[in-house]
Design a protein around this ligand. Structure first.
Ligand SMILES: Nc1ncnc2c1ncn2[C@@H]1O[C@H](COP(=O)(O)OP(=O)(O)OP(=O)(O)O)[C@@H](O)[C@H]1O
Ligand SMILES: [Mg+2]
Length: 470
């Protein structure tokens, strides 16, 4: 009964075998039969088949070919091969090619039935796994961008939305929040994956060098221009140009950049021949460009050009729930890089990471984990293996009240629940009671409610702790 709805396709060139199998199996499964490869393919094309059982010899055709072709389909059924008694090596060959199992002829119907049921179960597990994997990528973001916090959701949504378009994107956010990572994701998801991603770090170059970097120059365009040089716009033609630290560029270069983006035309330095370029521009900055526009240090027309779509990268301290995921990923990365096995943080080390403010954001966290992996001797990374800035108090958010709108766990304003490696249950219990009393301003009834215990139990525990008499 359980397998009633599953569909089995039987492929055999002998009519008697086909019909015999149909009769013996049709109580358990939905049965289709085919006499040759093309009949089988016709059925596979039109029906959802869970399991295909095929004979090895199909007249002049070969069941192995059918299996191979079938397994390359998008929704391939599980394949079982029927072979003449004794040809085990052929069967093994079939399994190497991806067949699920084989049965020998003459057939034992009970055995075949068991194999088919097992095949169906394996297929269900496989499907579940795939669904789970799809869900995981969905939840954990795009490309290599890790994060499942609510504040990251609009980031992922916007990337997905704009990537396939040609729209200019401005990515804003503090240093180390992942702006470059997002730029790369937009390029990778642009649907032009064979095209190039070219990055220019605008802050690193003087005005003239930046200009020639972007637009190229003719020989002799300026002192030192010995050779003609193609600029980054031309290099990125057909692809994406990532302009990092766009807030640093000089007003003069801003004018030229505006023209290049607006008119899709550039001129090399020392030439006035316009060159057409088809480039998608993604810009990033850790400055507040709209503020710079007000101050007159950034052109408003360029700002509007760049800001067709903007993505705000949230600081790490506003998405602390992502820290655990990021830590996991960085632990794996650096453990592998340093030839170490599985590494993990002690509870108090992890807690320290959760309490810290991360002014350098994800980059700073990444470096801290690398430090820990390198410094630890065994597989456990403790507080003493982490960088010392984590233990001086200046950036420890838990000393202050959490800022409004942060989604940090509420325990962060309390002293650490699990101190050092003290896992003594009685002591932890007492600590929880003290925290509950603190939070409720000493109101025992409210504290009991918070702890999920009765008022009487609370009384008893307080007595045991010597906090009340009686
Ligand atoms: N969400 C994330 N998931 C995984 N790794 C991340 C994430 N965000 C940032 N990183 C990593 O942190 C480091 C810094 O990221 P990135 O260079 O993209 O930051 P940025 O915003 O461009 O910083 P800056 O303004 O200093 O240039 C990189 O190693 C990057 O891979
Ligand atoms: Mg960057």
């Amino acid at each position: 009964m359980e397998f009633q709805e599953h569909t089995v396709l039987i492929v055999d060139d002998e009519r008697n075998t086909r019909e015999g199998l149909r009769l013996s199996l049709e109580d358990e499964f939905d049965i289709y039969v085919a006499a040759n490869i093309s009949e089988a393919e016709e059925i596979l094309k039109n029906e959802k088949v869970d399991v295909m059982v095929t004979d090895l010899r199909l007249g002049g055709e070969n069941g192995m070919d059918l299996i191979q072709k079938t397994l390359s389909r998008a929704k391939a059924p599980v394949c079982i091969l029927m072979t003449a008694y004794g040809s085990v090596d052929v069967a093994v060959e079939a399994m190497k090619k991806g067949a699920y199992d084989y049965v020998s002829k003459p057939l034992n119907i009970d055995e075949l039935e068991i194999v088919i049921k097992r095949a169906i179960r394996s297929r269900n597990v496989e499907e579940e796994n795939q669904a789970l994997k799809a869900q995981v990528t969905e939840r954990f973001g795009l490309e290599n961008i890790i994060g499942q916090s609510m504040v990251m959701k609009p980031v992922f949504d916007t990337i997905k939305q704009v990537a396939p378009t040609r729209a200019t994107v401005l990515i804003e956010g503090e240093s180390g929040t992942g702006k470059e990572l997002v730029g790369r994701a937009i390029h990778n998801l642009s649907g032009r994956p064979t095209s190039k991603l070219v990055t220019v770090h605008c802050a690193a170059l003087s005005e003239q060098l930046l200009e020639s970097e972007l637009f190229g120059h003719e020989r002799g365009a300026f002192t030192g221009a010995m050779e003609r040089r193609i600029g980054r716009f031309e290099e990125a033609n057909g692809g994406t140009l990532f302009l990092d630290e766009i807030g640093e560029i000089d007003l003069n270069v801003q004018v030229k950049l505006l023209r290049a983006i607006g008119e899709r035309t550039i001129e090399r330095l020392g030439s006035n021949k316009p060159i057409k370029v088809d480039v998608r521009v993604v810009a990033a900055t850790n400055k507040d460009l709209s503020e710079m526009v007000k101050e007159g240090t950034f052109r408003d027309d360029l700002f509007f050009r760049l800001n067709v779509v903007s993505i705000h990268m949230p600081p790490l301290r506003t998405r602390k729930e992502d820290i655990v995921l990021l830590v996991d990923s960085f632990l794996k990365e650096f453990a592998e890089e340093n030839g170490k096995g599985t590494m993990e943080l002690t509870n108090d080390a992890l807690q320290l990471l959760l309490e810290y403010d991360w002014p350098g954001n994800v980059r700073e966290l990444r470096t801290a984990i690398e430090h820990g992996v390198v410094m630890a001797n065994g597989s456990k990374i403790g507080i003493r293996h982490l960088p010392t800035f984590l233990t001086d108090d200046s950036h420890r958010g838990f000393r202050q009240k959490p800022a409004a709108g942060t989604s940090a766990p509420s325990t962060k304003s309390d002293e650490s629940l699990i101190d050092s490696d003290d896992l003594n249950l009685a002591r932890i219990e007492q600590k929880m009671i003290r925290i509950a009393l603190d939070r409720t301003g000493g109101n025992r009834t409210e504290a009991a409610t918070l702890l999920g215990i009765s008022r009487r139990t609370m009384q008893r525990k307080l007595k045991e702790m010597g906090l009340i008499d009686g």
